[in-house]
Design a protein around this ligand. Structure first.
Ligand SMILES: Cc1ncc(COP(=O)(O)O)c(C=O)c1O
Length: 364
């Protein structure tokens, strides 16, 4: 039998075994064609069906209003950090864009924007090592800003927005790379949402981008075609040869999410999963949580060991031997982190909880 471990990596990370098996089963002969899905034209009817099914399924699973486009774009979330100002900055008479600074990815997002826009950092939790989301003050929203950017879930620090801020007429832009399709989102507040695929939707290198129709057609003239939302929407994400494999796996992931009961079911399951780990951490004085209790993520659970993580090496070695893979925290913060995206089953979380309790007994 194939050996599979529980993979707690932050991304790329585990996909459901059933999805991986489907990829394997169809690999050499896609639906009786005698070729792989990666060996057919991106403009063939068969691939267009894959793409359109993925888009329709995303719409269905999120109850996406009609006036939004679903795009697949190159370069993951990183390239969206340039695409956003290029497409939207002209909306502001002073080229102003507003950013919430809640972690390294949020910082990198506004750093890219400085090439094209005047960046206003609305709030930052840098002074508390990004352990929280600073309170939202509607007065700080500048009516002339081109957009207002937040990172929905902060992968490294394990914090999240539980409710998106109401930014009124200024389009809210949300990076949902690490929590897309993990909870039910009210799109009426959102102008643009973007996410790399490699946590809840499949392979890396591609972003899914959701754009409200009224935000199309305003790109700076120097915007590369492949970053232009209007061109991408008009070409249905096929301006050039897109990453057909990534889109194919995303379609399988969307089918899997639907078969498991949809986003509502995952929201409930994800709450139960994260609670198992937070309970172990909170009931012990051995483990310390990184995120403030009011801002905790259901996707990423970072925590520390006593004495500045002196026991990190034995924890990582023994957990890996127990089939619990990739628990090391992000290189910028150290410690440990359990990433528990949609594909992590409750059994994996429970196995980690038992391991943590036994490790504590052994070393405390
Ligand atoms: C919240 C968030 N934004 C952006 C990124 C960057 O994604 P990519 O490397 O696919 O561009 C990550 C990567 O983990 C992330 O977690």
């Amino acid at each position: 039998m194939t050996h599979r471990v529980y993979n707690f990596g932050a991304g790329p990370t585990m996909l459901p075994t059933t999805v991986m098996e489907k990829v394997q089963a169809e690999w050499l002969d896609y639906q009786g064609m005698g070729v792989s899905v990666i060996e057919i034209s991106h403009r063939s009817p068969e691939f267009k069906a894959v793409l359109n099914e993925a888009i329709q399924l995303f719409r269905k699973l999120t109850n996406l209003p009609e006036n939004y486009q679903v795009l697949f774009m190159h370069g993951g979330a990183n390239l969206q950090w340039s695409a956003l100002p290029l497409n939207l900055v002209q909306r502001s008479s002073t080229r102003k864009v507003q950013y919430y600074e809640t972690g390294i990815f949020a910082k990198r997002a506004h750093k890219e924007a400085t090439r094209y826009a005047n960046v206003d950092i609305v709030a930052s939790s840098a002074d508390t090592n990004f352990d929280r989301i600073p309170p939202f003050d509607p007065e700080r929203v500048d009516a002339d800003a081109a957009y207002f950017h937040i990172t929905g879930n902060n992968t490294i620090y394990g914090t999240r927005w539980h409710q998106y801020p109401d930014t009124g007429e200024v389009p809210l832009v949300v990076d949902t790379t690490s929590d897309i399709l993990s909870w039910v989102v009210d799109f009426s507040k959102i102008g643009v949402m973007y996410a790399s695929l490699q946590k809840n939707l499949g392979p890396s290198g591609v972003a899914i981008v959701i754009v409200r129709d009224d935000l199309l057609g305003q790109a700076l003239p120097e915007t590369p075609s492949l970053l232009n939302y209007e061109i991408c929407a008009k070409d249905n994400s096929l301006t050039n040869t897109n990453n057909t494999f990534a889109i194919y796996v995303a379609k399988l992931m969307l089918e899997w999410i639907e078969a498991q009961g949809g986003v509502t079911a995952f929201e409930a399951l994800n709450k139960r999963k994260s609670a198992v780990l937070y309970d172990v951490i909170d009931q012990s004085d051995f483990y310390q949580a990184v995120a403030h209790p009011d801002h905790r993520s259901d996707m990423n659970v970072p925590f520390n060991l006593p004495n500045n993580n002196a026991l990190l090496e034995p924890f990582l070695k023994e957990s890996e031997a127990a089939g619990l893979y990739a628990l090391k925290g992000h290189r910028s913060v150290g410690g440990l982190r359990a990433s528990i995206y949609n594909a992590m089953p409750m059994e994996g979380v429970e196995a980690l909880a038992v391991f943590m309790q036994e490790f504590e007994k052994k070393y405390r």
